[in-house]
Design a binder for this molecule. Structure first.
Ligand SMILES: Cc1cc2nc3c(=O)[nH]c(=O)nc-3n(C[C@H](O)[C@H](O)[C@H](O)COP(=O)(O)O)c2cc1C
Length: 229
């Protein structure tokens, strides 16, 4: 390829981290610093929405779409929370017995897709997953609230349930069982690291001449190419 250019191993990771920190709420507010009205309205909306939906992940740059290959060969996608770069890849936590867990057991290939609106940016990470260690799962589990742990430990993710009442009842039973004690991390709950083979950055421009570049890993070396958006 004509514009194929060798780059340092850390370059695509560093670029991701720069964009990721640029998408954080605080930085986004800085973007609005010049306009007091916009920044106040943004702050107020955030407060009101968070008060109404305290569990909602509002304005969170760590929400990514994770695509896997379904057991029937169809694409399968859902949102997950990106928790950082761990063991050379992009980490997230889940129930290994969930649909995505079963899909990843069969096919390690996955894509993680980030979209941040301000400034308009997309990062697409293609690669293969591996499971993170049990110690790592335990550490992350402990960082979660008790309510969150109870909800996750009570049911197998993606299993069919009769409704909310069944989930609530199982949470109540667990609460009784572990009253005054920590909720143990279920064996089936843990993290994955998506180790990239391809990372693609897209940045929207006002004149529609958007920027798009793809990093490709070949024999352990990253190269970069520019693509038409
Ligand atoms: C904003 C948001 C964040 C989520 N984060 C996670 C997550 O980190 N891990 C997870 O297992 N599910 C997460 N979920 C739920 C998944 O989208 C999905 O419903 C669940 O994992 C079951 O997917 P599966 O049946 O394809 O395995 C999140 C959902 C939303 C809307």
């Amino acid at each position: 390829m004509l514009n194929d250019k060798a780059v340092a191993a850390e370059e695509p990771f560093n670029k991701f981290l720069v964009w990721y920190s640029g998408a954080q709420t605080d930085r986004r507010r800085q973007t609005y610093k010049g306009n007091l009205l916009v920044s106040s309205v943004f702050g107020l909306v955030r407060k009101v929405m968070s008060a109404i939906f305290p569990w909602a992940n509002l304005f969170r740059p760590d929400v990514a779409t994770l695509a896997t290959i379904g057991l029937n060969g169809q694409p399968s996608a859902r949102s997950v929370l990106f928790t950082g770069i761990t063991e050379g890849g992009f980490a997230f936590y889940t129930d290994y017995d969930s649909d995505k867990g079963k899909e990843l057991d069969l096919n390690l290939s996955a894509v993680m897709l980030f979209y941040w609106a301000v400034p308009p940016r997309q990062v697409r990470i293609d690669g293969k997953v591996h499971k993170l260690s049990r110690e790592d799962a335990g550490r992350y589990w402990e960082s979660r609230s008790r309510a969150n742990q109870l909800a996750a430990a009570a049911v197998i993710q993606s299993s069919i349930i009769s409704g909310r009442e069944e989930h609530l009842e199982k949470v109540r039973q667990l609460e009784q069982l572990y009253r005054g004690k920590p909720i143990p991390c279920p064996d089936s709950w843990g993290g994955y690291s998506l180790v990239p083979e391809k990372i693609e950055f897209w940045e929207g421009k006002i004149d529609w001449l958007h920027d798009r570049e793809r990093y490709l890993l070949n024999d352990g070396n990253w190269t970069k190419i520019k693509l038409a958006p």
